[in-house]
Design a protein around this ligand. Structure first.
Ligand SMILES: [Zn+2]
Length: 253
C-alpha cells in the first residue's frame, strides 16, 4: 500500500554508503520508521531534495509496512528545512529536544494529528525567532495535556483548597500539588514552586499555543518550569533525554 502525506524528521541515521534510516512523525499516521534507499547520496539541487535531515518538514510517499518494520520511502520533497533554527545552537538544542520528546512519548502508527500541528507550530516559531526556551516550555506543557498526563495545579491534593497567590509543593511522585501547610502529606520528593510559577501553570492549562507570542515568563518562572517539566518527563519516561544536558545549561539564571 502506498501512503502519501506530510512528515517531520524526528531521527535520522546513515545506513550503508547510500541509504538512511529515519523516524518520521507524520500528520496522518503518527510515528513511522522508514528506510530511504539511496537518499544519502542525494545532493541539494533543483532535481533532488537533498539527503534526509533531522527537523525537516517533508511531503512524503512511502510503501506502508506494519508497525515494527521499516516502511520504504518512495519519494519526498522538502517543504521547510527551517534554516532559521539551524543558525543558533540554543535554537537547535531546544528544537532537537522537542523532537526527542515526541519520539519518546509516542508509539508507531498511532495517529495524533493535534500533536503534529503543535510540533509544527513550535518548530515554525523557533524558526521565526521566538525565544526557543519559551517555545519548548509551551510545547512540554501542551504535550502533557495531549498525553492526558498534565497534573492539576489548581487545588491542594490534601486539603482541597485553591492555590491562589501562594507558593506550593509539587510532588513528583504523586503528580499533585500541595499547599505549604500540607506539605508533610506529599510523601517523597517534591519541588517547591513560587506563587508566580503556580499562577502560570494554572493559566497554561487552558492557554492555547497560538497565544504564546503574548506571554513572557519572568526568569524565576522559566527556571522553575524548566526544572519541573524536566523532572516530570524523566519520571514519566523513566529515563533522561539525551538532549537534556544541552538545554539545561541554556536556561537564564
Ligand atoms: Zn493543603
Amino acid at each position: 500500500m502506498i501512503v502519501k502525506g506530510e512528515a517531520i524528521v524526528l531521527r535520522c541515521i546513515n545506513y550503508s554508503n547510500s541509504s538512511q534510516i529515519a523516524t518520521f512523525f507524520t500528520r496522518g499516521e503518527g510515528k513511522v520508521g522508514v528506510i530511504g534507499k539511496g537518499t544519502r547520496k542525494y545532493s541539494k539541487s533543483s532535481l533532488s531534495p537533498g539527503s534526509l535531515e533531522l527537523l525537516s518538514h517533508l511531503d512524503i510517499v512511502y510503501y506502508y509496512k506494519p508497525a515494527g518494520s521499516l516502511a520504504t520511502l518512495k519519494e519526498y520533497d522538502v517543504k521547510n528545512y527551517f534554516p532559521g533554527v539551524r543558525n543558533n545552537l540554543n535554537q537547535v538544542f531546544n528544537a532537537f529536544y522537542i523532537l526527542e520528546l515526541v519520539n519518546e512519548c509516542t508509539v508507531e502508527q498511532d495517529p495524533q494529528k493535534e500533536l503534529f500541528e503543535v510540533l509544527l507550530f513550535a518548530i515554525k516559531n523557533i524558526n521565526e525567532g521566538e525565544d526557543p526556551t519559551k517555545v519548548r516550555l509551551f510545547f512540554q506543557n501542551s504535550l502533557l495535556h495531549l498525553m492526558g498526563s498534565a497534573p492539576d495545579f489548581r487545588t491542594c491534593q490534601h486539603c482541597g483548597r485553591m492555590l491562589q497567590g501562594q507558593p506550593g509543593l509539587f510532588s513528583i511522585l504523586k503528580s499533585n500539588i500541595y499547599c505549604l501547610p500540607c506539605r508533610r502529606f506529599s510523601q517523597g520528593s517534591g519541588m517547591q514552586l513560587d506563587s508566580e510559577s503556580i499562577h502560570y501553570l494554572q493559566s497554561l492549562s487552558y492557554v492555547k499555543l497560538e497565544t504564546m507570542k503574548h506571554v513572557s515568563f519572568p526568569p524565576i518562572v522559566t527556571r522553575q518550569l524548566d526544572t519541573l517539566f524536566r523532572f516530570y518527563f524523566r519520571c514519566l519516561l523513566n529515563k533522561e533525554l539525551k538532549m537534556t544536558k544541552y538545554i539545561s545549561r541554556k536556561v537564564i539564571s
